[in-house]
Design a binder for this molecule. Structure first.
Ligand SMILES: [Zn+2]
Length: 151
């Protein structure tokens, strides 16, 4: 559990990248790069590239994702990288992959819905994009998705 997977996801797998970040994985993406270009960056940065590009299938440092559907893709990645599908980490921003840092409750009062502010004590913020997270960010959606996968 202490080893955070270091990954990169090509532009066909942006949605998968967001899900893997919710489970605590460190996943870089860059929609402007091809899979081959991102693979170079991933290798230099000690990351495994997740791709659906068949030309990269047998390349070193690549995890070829077989599935077309997000559920299948997530199942494959969770197994391969031994992620805990029940552990919503909320350590990383699902949008931009930056680490979240705790933020004082009073500082978020105007930035989250009132019912959220009233019902939560602990908040975290992405230092890159400013998005605010709390312990139950989208819990129903996340758990419904994970439950439907049947790991
Ligand atoms: Zn962010």
């Amino acid at each position: 559990m202490d080893e955070t997977p270091r990954l990169a996801a090509d532009r066909m797998l942006m949605r998968l990248a967001r899900w893997l970040r919710l489970l605590g994985a460190d996943v870089i993406t860059d929609a402007s790069l091809t899979g081959a270009e991102l693979l170079k960056i991933a290798r230099a940065d000690n990351r495994i590239l997740l791709t659906r590009d068949k030309r990269l299938r047998t390349a070193a440092g690549v995890f070829f994702v077989e599935g077309n559907a997000i559920r299948t893709q997530l199942r494959e990645a969770v197994r391969r990288f031994r992620l805990d599908p029940r552990a919503i980490a909320l350590t990383r921003c699902s949008r931009c992959n930056h680490l979240l840092t705790p933020v004082a409750r009073e500082l978020v009062s105007r930035r989250v819905p009132p019912y959220v502010f009233a019902g939560h004590d602990r908040f975290a913020q992405c230092q890159e994009c400013g998005r605010i997270y709390w312990s139950e960010t989208h819990p129903e959606r996340i758990h419904a998705m994970l439950d439907s996968i049947a790991f």
